[in-house]
Design a protein. Structure first.
Length: 508
């Protein structure tokens, strides 16, 4: 094999996967058809469980410019309905503010430091697989075709994934052709704002920055992401067919804002060299790959699922796919994985994707115009007074309501869920549990001194630790941060180690 794994696509998910695999000793190569990063403004940050997952690799501090993982944010929204999460004990909705181009630049740096290779200007053109490996056809920057052989191929090549299409994996779901969204980075005059918070008065309602401001004609969102520049987005339903390729002009954006809000907002293009977010998106797609694996070919990120961006779930979903896949794929390539380990990737992550499609469709429905929707929002707003409802929504948005089946893991309440952060006192020093997981290896935490790792020392880190009031005598945490086993039954522990990390070394 020329390399262990070919990853197609140097978006956030391809780059994160390249870093994870390199960290675990593999030689991945990333093929990216663009010669250089475009700097296209997309996400402005990352929310949800993945913020904590990034922290497990020490990436949070790197991406935040040195800020340690802090408290989750207090306010969020569901379908434009305000959620005040301040009253929730253990609010799971962490956030990390970072523009996507910077996220990609830092992930690339991290992956390359760990040995991953990135070939820009190299386009994936096809593949053939057999029992031994995959031959990947590539068009190089000069147009010349060549092939790379690898044990596995992973499509992180975005929503229109060629890997998915050539693997013959269906992409069922829905497309609302009559939904049109227009967005642009603009300069708004100071006179547009009603107060120092930047709110805007519209007929019958006050509009707020960062919020989905719904009217009976659509939804309007605006926020100052750069000094003096607002990103303005306006979403309309039941629209006549629009040309998705014609360039969006300030006049068209302004007219759409006026239609939806009833306010004529003068807007001009900023005088900036930075790439600006000017786009018209025609159609709302909600689709999911019917399978995430076809033999030696896997899908992750937008290649596996597309959905409305309401609630900003894309990176949370895609990057957690990668954290789930990375260690399983590495163990498989290194020949240490239990037989069906790689199949658990789809088993665990397909339901997570389906849930995001469900909640983003629900949010989109709550934003749509119409008297029935207005009534539904009123009812939903009343339900939000219930702390249990608020918690349920916060967990849904964070992807924190997810529990994986852990065969052989026993029935301790921690099993299958996300490992809560602990402050450990080891003989050496006090440290955070997250620090023990920087190497993307499983960790067996032993609080009672009663477990041993015979046969798995090469793959699992044993941490003998003290913690104030530990939640179990011992806990086995997978590299993606989920608890595979907890308790004191060492027979159960052995089963869990075999299930996830293979046969012990001395068993031959
Ligand atoms: C306007 C907008 C706003 C968004 N806002 C948010 C937000 O606030 N929060 C959030 O979490 N998410 C947001 N998202 C979603 C987020 O941007 C995506 O989920 C994320 O980019 C997906 O990453 P990816 O690596 O899977 O795919 P992509 O980022 O799409 O990367 C795929 C890469 O594959 C390359 N590629 C494709 N085909 C080939 C080929 N044949 N050969 C070689 N290379 C190829 C492409 O050039 C590209 O670089 C937003 C998206 C948009 C469009």
């Amino acid at each position: 094999m020329d390399v262990d794994v070919v990853i197609v696509g140097a978006g956030p998910n391809g780059l994160l996967l390249a870093g994870e695999l390199s960290l675990l000793g593999l030689r991945p190569v990333v093929l990216e058809r663009l010669r250089e990063r475009t700097g296209e403004p997309r996400a402005n940050g990352v929310i949800g469980r993945v913020v904590q997952a990034l922290d497990l690799r020490g990436l949070h501090d790197r991406l935040s410019g040195g800020e340690p993982l802090g408290e989750p944010g207090r306010y969020f929204q569901f379908g434009g309905l305000a959620l005040d999460l301040g009253a929730l004990a253990d609010n799971p909705l962490h956030g990390l503010r970072i523009p996507q181009p910077r996220l990609e630049a830092l992930l690339e740096e991290w992956a390359v430091e760990r040995g991953a290779r990135l070939r820009r200007g190299h386009e994936f053109a096809g593949f053939a697989q057999d029992d031994d490996g995959v031959r990947v056809d590539v068009r190089g920057p000069d147009g010349a075709a060549y092939a790379v052989t690898a044990a596995y191929l992973v499509g992180c090549d975005g929503a229109s994934s060629s890997v998915r299409k050539l693997a013959g994996i269906g992409f069922p779901g829905t497309t609302d052709e009559h939904f049109v969204s227009r967005s642009g980075d603009v300069v708004l005059p100071g006179s547009a704002f009603a107060d120092e918070l930047g709110s805007i008065d519209a007929p019958g309602q006050r509009m707020f920055p960062f919020a989905f401001n719904r009217t009976e004609r659509g939804a309007f969102v605006y926020a100052p992401f750069q000094p003096g520049v607002h990103r303005v987005a306006v979403h309309e339903w039941r629209q006549p067919p629009a040309d998705p390729d014609a360039p969006l002009t300030p006049a068209e954006l302004r007219a759409a804002v006026t239609r939806v809000t009833g306010v004529d907002l003068p807007m001009t293009r900023p005088d900036s060299d930075a790439p600006l977010a000017w786009r018209r998106r025609v159609g709302m797609h909600s689709r999911q790959a019917e399978r995430y694996r076809d033999g030696r070919v896997l899908l992750a990120g937008d290649a596996a699922h597309v959905h409305s961006s309401v609630g900003a779930p894309g990176l949370n979903l895609g990057m957690q796919d990668v954290f789930n896949l990375g260690w399983k794929l590495a163990a498989t390539v290194l020949g240490r994985a239990p037989r069906d380990l790689l199949d658990t990737y789809e088993r665990e992550r397909h339901p997570a994707g389906a849930r995001v499609l469900m909640q983003t469709r629900a949010q989109t429905a709550l934003l749509a115009p119409g008297a029935e929707v207005t009534a539904l929002r009123e009812l939903f707003g009343e339900l939000l007074d219930e702390p249990a409802v608020l918690r349920r929504l916060a967990e849904l948005l964070a992807g924190a309501d997810l529990r994986y089946e852990m065969p052989g893991g026993g029935d301790h309440p921690l099993v299958g869920g996300w490992m809560p952060e602990l402050h450990l006192g080891t003989p050496a020093a006090r440290s955070r549990l997250a620090a023990a997981q920087h190497r993307a290896r499983p960790v067996l935490l032993d609080f009672a001194g009663g477990v041993a790792l015979a046969g798995w020392q090469d793959r699992v880190d044993l941490v003998r630790a003290d913690a104030e009031d530990p939640p179990a005598d011992a806990i086995l945490v997978r590299p993606d941060g989920y608890v595979a086993w907890a308790g004191s039954d060492t027979g159960e522990l052995t089963r869990a180690l075999r299930t996830w990390f293979g046969e012990p070394a001395d068993a031959g």
